[in-house]
Design a protein around this ligand. Structure first.
Ligand code: NAD
Length: 488
């Protein structure tokens, strides 16, 4: 990958806040610097919004709402479709930008462009199908009209791990429904959102419909927006503790909220599983995005009769994984997002080993520059180890043996989270029992990656509220009105 291509691309990324259809500096000219986690080097300096900038962004979203919510659905759909087409044209740029600011290998960044783009297409299609109903009431004394309306200005907060997809998964349904938005990307990876906003502008985005705040002071800037009575919806993707705090703030205004929070996904391998498929699925579910996904498999629960063979096979494959900057050919393990992430992965491995687990491969930090951790397999992890409770968010595959189906289900459900579960079995009956018994918002049955714009993504328990994607995704941005009309 040529350095000049990277520099030209970075120069093309806007460095301002986008408010009311204009790019502008932050109040007082404050800036923040974005770094490449593979090198630790600064890549671009951008605006760092203040509380006053936040208020200006909400002013703009509020002012644009009446007109945008009345825009014909087809027009909203066409804007999203043009954005989808432009994204296809610029896919190599967007992918490279994500690799530079977030670290994921280029092949995965391209995959994210495909996945993230699908939300534009899907919700563009859904926009034209927002419908209500009409019918006589049961008493026959009147006609009931049920209509659907945009909820109002929305505040969207996204995490750093999927810089494009987390933005499109929120912006597309909001715009399709007729809402206007203020989006605040993660401070570590804001460049993709800035680039994407420029793309939306090129697609014909009206002023004020999307406003972008980049800031190093997320809490201070967000709280007044969330507490402002003009805001009608908060959609957050990130960690559970931050989500809980934001829910408390949102309670005051009785805001509609969508919360996509943390996970602790079990990956169950039964004795009747196809082990080749299970190994392939395990590697995808664990090492995609270097383990930095809310859907990453966190606990590999494997039937005792196949646990050793499973561990041996995954270890062999993990040993072949190449570590490096995501732009280099053949790299599958990029950097972790920062040194805290490296320290966390290492602390979890150390704790597991102190409690009796065996490191099959990896288990070490990689010396800098950049924030890398070796892809790691630990087996015979003992109950009580932190790695079974906490979201690892790193390239560590932890294996725990189980003896029967009831124990597997008990262990799988023994978590406060309930985002996704993976199950490998060749038995249809067992697969169906798992659908009934696992406490999870999503389940992969003999597959290790399942996200799809056409499917409702979201969790149970502390993993969140609401759904993104599918027919459900647009409902989060619509509210219902019932009207009774006198019988003619
Ligand atoms: P995070 O909670 O630290 O940050 C998420 C976003 O919230 C960022 O934009 C951050 O700047 C902002 N933020 C932080 N503190 C804030 C505050 N007090 N007020 C307002 N905004 C605040 O999470 P992260 O480290 O960026 O992301 C990793 C987490 O996100 C993991 O727990 C992961 O499971 C979760 N996640 C969930 C999903 C999902 O769909 N369920 C998807 C991706 C990531």
């Amino acid at each position: 990958m040529s350095e000049s291509r990277e520099s030209a691309l970075l120069a093309d990324v806007p460095d301002g806040l986008f408010i009311g259809g204009r790019w502008r500096a932050a109040e007082g000219g404050r800036t923040l610097t974005v770094r490449d986690p593979a090198t630790g080097q600064p890549v671009k300096t951008i605006a760092d919004a203040s509380v006053a900038d936040g208020a200006a962004a909400l002013d703009a979203a509020d002012a644009a709402f009446p007109a945008w919510s009345r825009t014909p659905h087809r027009e909203r759909a066409e804007l999203l479709r043009r954005a989808f087409d432009l994204l296809q044209e610029r896919r190599e740029d967007v992918a490279l930008l994500m690799t530079v600011e977030m670290g994921k290998p280029l092949a995965e960044a391209r995959g994210e462009v495909t996945y993230g783009g699908e939300f534009l297409r899907w919700f563009g299609e859904e926009a034209a199908r927002i419908q209500g109903r009409y019918g006589a009431n049961p008493e026959g004394t009147g006609r009931m009209i049920v209509s659907r309306h945009a909820v109002g200005p929305c505040y969207l907060i996204t995490p750093w791990n999927f810089p494009l997809a987390m933005a499109t998964r929120k912006i597309a349904p909001a715009l399709a429904a007729g809402c206007t938005v203020v989006i605040k990307p993660a401070e570590l990876t804001p460049l993709t959102t800035l680039y994407f906003t420029k793309l939306l502008q090129d697609a014909g985005l009206p002023a004020g419909v999307v406003n972008v705040l980049t800031t190093s002071r997320s809490g201070a800037v967000s709280e007044p927006i969330i507490r402002d009575p003009r805001l009608r919806k908060l959609s957050f993707t990130g960690s559970t503790p931050v989500g809980q705090r934001l829910l408390a703030q949102a309670a005051e205004g009785v805001l509609r909220t969508s919360m996509e929070l943390g996970g602790n996904a079990p990956f169950l391998v039964f004795d009747d599983a196809d082990l080749d498929r299970a190994v392939d699925g395990a590697l995808a579910a664990k090492f995609r995005n270097v383990g930095q996904a809310c859907t990453a498999a966190n606990r590999f629960l494997v039937h005792r009769s196949v646990a050793d063979e499973f561990a041996a096979r995954v270890t062999e494959r993990v040993r072949e994984m190449r570590i490096g900057r995501g732009t280099e050919e053949g790299v599958v393990i990029g950097p972790l997002i920062d040194d805290r992430a490296v320290a966390k992965a290492h602390a979890l491995v150390t704790d597991a080993v102190e409690r009796g687990a065996t490191v099959r491969t990896g288990g070490r930090e990689v010396p800098g520059p950049g924030t890398f951790y070796e892809p790691t397999v630990v087996s015979d992890v003992q109950f009580g180890s932190d790695i079974l409770r906490e979201e690892i968010f790193g390239p560590v595959l932890a294996i725990v043996p189980f003896d029967d189906e009831d124990e597997a289900v008990r262990l799988a459900n023994d978590t406060e989270y309930g985002l996704v579960s993976y199950v490998y079995t060749e038995s249809l009956a067992r697969g169906q029992r798992m659908i009934d018994r696992l406490e999870t918002g999503m389940m992969g049955l003999n597959v290790g990656v399942l996200s799809n714009a056409a499917a409702p993504f979201g969790g149970w328990k502390l993993s969140g509220l609401g759904r993104e994607g599918g027919a459900e995704g647009i409902d989060e941005y619509l509210q219902t009105k019932y009207t009774l009309t006198a019988d003619p």
